[in-house]
Design a protein around this ligand. Structure first.
Ligand code: TXA
Ligand code: MG
Length: 392
């Protein structure tokens, strides 16, 4: 009988025959093979260490484990094991020039991953780690090309989520983890989203419920002066500037990338967080936006299309009234109140994913002010809409 003993960070667990077989299968698995995914729930405030121990063992054996972070769910593998990283690309259906973020639980781990830690990075780490901030450093020789896509730099983040932290600490692995969605789809903000995308493709999913933030981390390149935001997120430009002074923003964050304007975070060039339906965003005066949404919804329904509308709490009542005669053909959902961007950020991917479960062919939505957290929300909405923004 095959028995495997896993050393957990907090205790020891003996796996019975079935886990032994699973781990053997993981060792022998090729990236393209189908898998029986182990799905385990655990509570964020009362973490089941047997779940963490099993996940840690799978990671050590070169397997793939999806786990919650405070931003979105990550699809984790051993970041210093090139073969394990290759499995991530296969599971996501992701182009392999899209580099991975290494997740750590202790600043000491940086010593083996990066060449040097600039002073400005130390200040950012003091202010925002653990948390939703990823920093780009010069990589050390320890980090394989398969993790950084051949770049001389590496992205590192220290997540705050207790399950993510326990998994890193227990496995003693710098976990490479992109968002745990199929490439192109909105990032997963709940265990169910991960199950929808990854069941049968990866070894294990830790379902820790809904995440807190719902948008991917802010990425800041600290290898240049001034440091540059490559991807906006919950940690805003304003918050970064409070901590370190001047911060630049990659132009491709603010404008539509094209052949002459390539984003410095390679993953930002792909159409991304996109629902299956066409998505158009209207910006301008409130009355104009409401009228544009209503008129376009009516035209689309007349053309035989089912329509989805994403509205704020402030406008949803008016939009419902004005589209009541076509209500059977329209699904109107609230994304939250315009007074609370954190709620809107947290709802965005869930709302887009929910539309994928319906038969709407066209989605219309409002836009938001491009400042503070609104910058990250608008960045993701523009990508989801393929930059289809109509000024009205
Ligand atoms: O919140 C997050 O950051 C989540 C959770 C799981 O931690 N992760 C995440 O990973 O969003 P991913 O792989 O979906 O996005 C990583 C982004 C990509 O746009 C990638 O191109 C960029 O980070 N990136 C990674 N390494 C880089 C590097 N050395 N230089 C520039 N950009 C890099
Ligand atoms: Mg992603």
């Amino acid at each position: 009988m095959c028995r495997i003993k896993a050393q957990g960070g907090e205790g020891t667990l003996e796996f019975d025959n079935i886990y032994g077989i699973i781990i053997k299968a993981i060792r022998n698995r090729k990236p393209e093979d189908d898998v029986n995914t182990i799905i385990k729930k655990t509570d964020i405030s009362n973490i089941d260490m047997s779940v963490i121990d099993l996940a840690a063992q799978i990671l050590k054996d070169g397997g793939l484990v999806a786990f919650p972070t405070e931003t979105v769910y990550g699809l984790g593998a051993d970041g210093l094991n090139e073969n394990a990283a290759a499995k991530i690309y296969a599971a996501k259906g992701r182009p392999s020039d899209n580099h991975l973020i290494l997740h750590i639980a202790d600043e000491k781990e940086l010593e083996r991953l990066v060449k040097n830690v600039p002073d400005v990075a130390k200040k950012l780490m003091d202010a925002f780690w653990p948390g939703p901030l990823t920093l780009i450093f010069e990589k050390s020789d320890m980090v394989p090309k398969g993790t950084t896509g051949g770049l001389s730099t590496v992205a590192v983040r220290m997540p705050e989520h207790p399950i993510a932290r326990k998994l890193i600490q227990t496995s003693q692995i710098s976990i490479a983890a992109p968002s745990a969605n199929i490439s192109g789809k909105p990032s997963p903000t709940s265990g169910q989203h991960v199950i929808d995308d990854m069941n049968g493709k990866i070894d294990m999913i830790i379902d820790g419920g809904e995440v807190g933030i719902g948008l991917e981390s802010t990425i800041v390149d600290v290898t240049c002066t001034p440091p540059m935001i490559l991807r906006p997120g919950f940690i805003t430009k304003e918050m970064l500037e409070d901590a370190i002074g001047e911060v630049a923003v990659d132009r491709a964050v603010l404008e539509k990338p094209d052949k002459d304007l390539k984003p410095k975070a390679p993953g930002m060039k792909y159409r991304h967080c996109a629902p299956a339906a066409d998505f158009v965003i209207f910006s301008g005066k409130k009355e104009n936006v409401i009228n544009a949404i209503v008129n376009n919804a009516i035209s689309s329904v007349e053309a035989g299309e089912k329509v989805g509308i994403i509205a704020t709490d402030e406008n949803i009542g008016i939009i419902r009234n004005k589209t009541s005669h076509i209500k059977d053909e329209v699904i109107i959902v609230s994304i939250g109140t315009e007074k609370d961007m954190e709620t809107i950020a947290g709802n965005l991917y869930k709302v887009l994913r929910n539309f994928d479960k319906t038969d709407v062919g066209q989605i219309y939505g409002e836009s938001f002010a491009n400042e503070n957290l609104g910058q990250a929300v608008m960045n993701r909405m523009c990508k989801a809409a393929g930059y289809n923004i109509v000024r009205v």
